[in-house]
Design a protein around this ligand. Structure first.
Ligand SMILES: [Cu+2]
Length: 315
């Protein structure tokens, strides 16, 4: 359902597209004229027509021409590239600031009122500034329809991207830097809403919208989805980077705690600790350091819902 064909989807579309068309135009002009000249020379100066080649040595005039013209062309390309890029470095004061966090393998967007989502919701015609943080490796946030892309380097400060969405609709958003096995999971979207609709959406601070009539444990599944847990944990019993949720509740595990192996049974407390301090007990056969703490992202109540869901997989 995500389309990326929006004409003028953001304020940067025309600047970037102009630079692109100028460079493409120059490249095409030379591709065609050089090819045509080559073909003409092959015919005009072949051995039959031109049996004795004339040796030409040096031409100051030519040297000057083919120095000056390419310099001008390169400067023209530079000018349009600069003109398109420069405004990206100057976010307006009134921008809506959204804290954007990348981890293996999901994006999270945190709004000033504390709401957290995995899809980016923005109001039309409102400048938006995304403050970028990576928790683990280098990711790159890319919204092709808006013509913006920015690396997210762990530990680097003042990383941001800004834009003003101009057209309503859904657009692709994804990670453009190969960041490990499940890199392709970092595929999400931007939803541009009319102002009033955005305000209505924004005032609802419950993170997980429970669908009316849905079984309560389904809320748990939604929480897992929003937080990108399913990149590493399956629900069908297959082993990904982490153990599957299916059949895990009540199972016996050998875990390594502070370098010592011990046997535990997966219960509520263990699941809670696994989410808040994933590296305190490392399940045998799995790697430590892969799963990061969700302390600030997942509340105690949400963990209850997750547990309900994990339990439901045993039936
Ligand atoms: Cu990534």
């Amino acid at each position: 359902m995500y389309s990326s064909t929006g004409i003028d989807a953001s304020n940067f579309v025309s600047g970037v597209d102009t630079a692109f068309m100028v460079i493409l135009g120059i490249a095409f002009f030379f591709l065609i004229s050089i090819t045509a000249t080559m073909i003409y020379f092959i015919i005009r100066y072949n051995k039959k027509r031109n049996p004795i080649a004339k040796q030409i040595k040096g031409s100051t005039k030519l040297e000057i021409i083919w120095t000056i013209i390419p310099t001008i062309l390169v400067m023209v390309m530079f000018y349009f590239g600069w003109a398109g890029w420069r405004p990206m470095q100057n976010p307006p004061e009134n921008a809506l600031e959204i804290e954007t966090t990348a981890r293996m393998w999901s994006f999270n967007f945190k709004y000033p009122n504390g709401r957290i989502t995995d899809t980016l919701y923005v109001p039309q015609d409102q400048p938006v500034k995304l403050n970028l943080f990576s928790l683990d490796v280098i990711h790159s946030l890319y919204i092709p329809a808006f013509r913006v892309k920015q690396d997210m380097v762990p530990g680097k400060e003042n990383q941001f991207m800004w834009f003003t969405p101009r057209s309503l609709g859904d657009y692709d958003l994804f990670c453009a830097e190969y960041c490990g096995l499940q890199h392709s999971y970092m595929y999400s979207g931007v939803r541009v809403l009319p102002r009033e609709e955005f305000d209505k959406w924004y005032s609802d601070t419950s993170r997980v919208v429970s669908t009316a009539g849905a079984a309560p444990e389904m809320k748990g599944l939604q929480i897992l989805r929003i937080n990108g847990c399913n990149a590493c944990h399956s629900t069908d019993g297959s082993k990904l980077l982490g153990p599957s949720y299916r059949g895990s509740f009540g199972a016996t595990r050998i875990v390594e705690t502070d370098g010592e192996k011990r046997e535990i049974i997966v219960d509520e407390e263990y699941i809670r600790r696994s989410i808040y301090e994933p590296n305190s007990d490392i399940v045998e056969g799995y790697s430590s350091g892969l799963m990061l703490s969700y302390k600030d992202l997942i509340s105690e109540e949400e963990i209850e819902d997750i547990i309900l869901y994990i339990k439901s997989l045993n039936d």
